[in-house]
Design a protein around this ligand. Structure first.
Ligand SMILES: *Cc1c(COP(=O)(O)O)cnc(C)c1O
Length: 399
C-alpha cells in the first residue's frame, strides 16, 4: 500500500471521509447535527447589516447556506482536493447550474454524445433555446473534439465513463483542447465516483456529481455537488445558486455525510465484485459483448489505466435475442432489482433502450451502442456468487 498524501488539513483522504468538515455544536454530538432551519437570527440590527454585507461569517438563509450542508460541502472538497464545493438538491441541478452560471447567448458549447439522458436534454434541447450554440461530438474521437474546439468555446461538457455504454474519454487531451479554445471543461464524474477518478488533477476545471449515486449509495436521498476553480466558484456559481435556489436540504446533506463515511470501502468492494462478475461474463460463450472498463477487451483500456484508479461498478452487456431476450432476462431475475438508479448497495439492472434512453431515436441509440439487447448492471454489495447464480439462471430464460 502506498502512503496517501495529506490534505490541506493535515489528514489523509480516508480520514477526511469520516471526519472532514465536522463542525460540532456546543452539545458535542458525535454524529454531525442536522440543522433543520430555514433561517438564522441576529443579536442586533447591526449584526444583520454586516451579515448582508458579507462582513461576518453568520448564516443568513438556508437557500444560501446551512451548517449541515456546509459540512457536506467541506467533506466533498477535501475528498476532491479542491478549495470549495457547492451542494445542490439533485445531480441534474448540479449539471444545469454548472453550465448556466457561466454561459450567455452567443456562447459556444461542445459536449460528448454519450451522456446521461437528462444531461443530453440540457445541452441538446435547453441550451440552444437561449441562443447558445452546441456541437455534439463522439467523445472517443479526438479528431472530432479538435475540429469542434478549433473556434472560441466557453464550455465543454462530458461524462467518462459514459452511461450506459461505458466509453472512456481522454480527459487530459480534451482539457488541453478546451483551454486552447478559451473555455472550461466540466466533467460529470458520476460513473467513476470521486474514489476512482480525479478529473481536476487531469486538467478539468469543474467536476459535477449526482450524489444520489455512490455518495449516498443506499437509495435514500437525491443530491448533487459542483467543484471548480476559485474564480468559477466565486464569480459565476455563488450568485447563481444563491438566487436561483437549487439548495440541498439539511436532512439530505446529513444523509450524504453518512454516505461519505463509507464511500471508500463501498466503492472498492463493489468494484471488486463488478470485476469478478464481468470477467465471468466475458468468459461465457453465450455473451458476445461484455463492456467493463476493467476488462482487457475494453476499447480504451490504456486510457482507463492512465486516468482511473479503478474500473467503476457498472457492467454493460448484450443479451442474446434483442429486446425480447433482454426483457425475458430482466423478468427472470430473482435477486437483482429492475431499477434505473446506480451506485447502490443493491445490485440494479436497467434496460437503457426502453427507459433512460427511450427518448432517443433508434439511430441515435445505435450510435451509442444501446442496442435492443443491451443491459446495464450496477453491481452492489451482495456476494458475487449470489449475483452470478442469479444472472446465470436468468440468462437461461433469455433466448
Ligand atoms: C443520475 C445521473 C445524473 C443526474 O443525477 P440526479 O441526482 O438523478 O439528478 C447525472 N449524470 C449522471 C451520469 C447520472 O448517472
Amino acid at each position: 500500500m502506498t502512503e496517501q498524501a495529506k490534505g490541506p488539513n493535515g489528514l489523509r483522504p480516508k480520514t477526511n471521509l469520516v471526519r472532514g468538515g465536522t463542525d460540532r455544536s456546543e452539545f458535542q454530538e458525535t454524529s454531525e447535527a442536522i440543522f433543520a432551519t430555514s433561517g438564522y437570527i441576529y443579536k442586533t440590527a447591526e449584526e444583520a447589516e454586516s451579515a448582508f454585507q458579507g462582513e461576518n461569517a453568520n448564516y443568513i438563509y438556508s437557500r444560501f447556506s446551512n451548517p449541515t450542508v456546509t459540512m457536506f460541502e467541506t467533506r466533498m472538497a477535501l475528498l476532491e482536493g479542491n478549495d470549495a464545493c457547492r451542494a445542490t438538491a439533485t445531480g441534474m441541478a448540479a449539471v444545469f447550474a454548472s453550465l448556466m452560471c457561466m454561459l450567455k447567448a452567443g456562447d459556444h458549447v461542445v459536449a460528448s454524445r454519450a451522456l446521461f439522458g437528462s444531461c443530453l436534454y440540457v445541452v441538446g434541447d435547453i441550451l440552444p433555446r437561449y441562443g447558445i450554440e452546441v456541437d455534439i461530438v463522439d467523445g472517443t474521437d479526438l479528431g472530432q473534439w479538435e475540429k469542434a474546439l478549433s473556434r472560441p468555446t466557453q464550455a465543454v461538457f462530458l461524462e467518462t465513463p459514459s452511461n450506459p455504454g461505458l466509453e472512456v474519454i481522454d480527459l487530459e487531451s480534451v482539457a488541453d483542447l478546451t483551454h486552447k479554445a478559451g473555455g472550461r471543461l466540466v466533467v460529470d464524474n458520476v460513473f467513476a465516483s470521486p474514489i476512482q477518478q480525479k478529473p481536476l488533477t487531469l486538467g478539468a476545471d469543474v467536476v459535477v456529481y449526482s450524489a444520489t449515486k455512490h455518495i449516498d449509495g443506499q437509495g435514500r436521498v437525491l443530491g448533487g455537488a459542483i467543484l471548480g476553480d476559485p474564480e468559477y466558484m466565486e464569480e459565476h456559481l455563488r450568485m447563481f445558486l444563491r438566487h436561483t435556489g437549487p439548495a440541498l436540504s439539511p436532512f439530505n446533506a446529513w444523509t450524504l455525510l453518512k454516505g461519505l463515511e463509507t464511500l471508500d470501502i463501498r466503492v472498492h468492494a463493489m468494484s471488486a465484485t463488478a470485476t469478478r462478475v464481468a470477467e465471468w461474463m466475458a468468459g461465457r460463450d453465450d455473451l458476445p459483448r461484455v463492456v467493463f472498463p476493467g476488462l482487457e477487451s475494453h476499447p480504451q483500456r490504456a486510457l482507463v489505466d492512465k486516468q482511473m484508479s479503478g474500473p467503476g461498478t457498472v457492467i454493460g452487456f448484450e443479451v442474446p435475442g434483442g429486446k425480447e431476450g433482454a426483457f425475458n432476462f430482466l423478468n427472470a431475475l430473482n435477486l437483482l432489482d429492475i431499477s434505473n438508479n446506480l451506485g447502490d448497495a443493491k445490485s440494479l439492472v436497467t434496460h437503457p433502450a426502453t427507459t433512460t434512453h427511450q427518448r432517443l431515436s433508434e439511430e441515435e441509440r445505435e450510435a451509442l451502442g444501446i442496442t435492443p439487447g443491451y443491459v446495464r448492471i450496477s453491481v452492489g454489495l451482495e456476494d458475487a456468487d449470489d449475483l452470478m447464480e442469479d444472472i446465470d439462471q436468468a440468462l437461461g430464460h433469455a433466448a
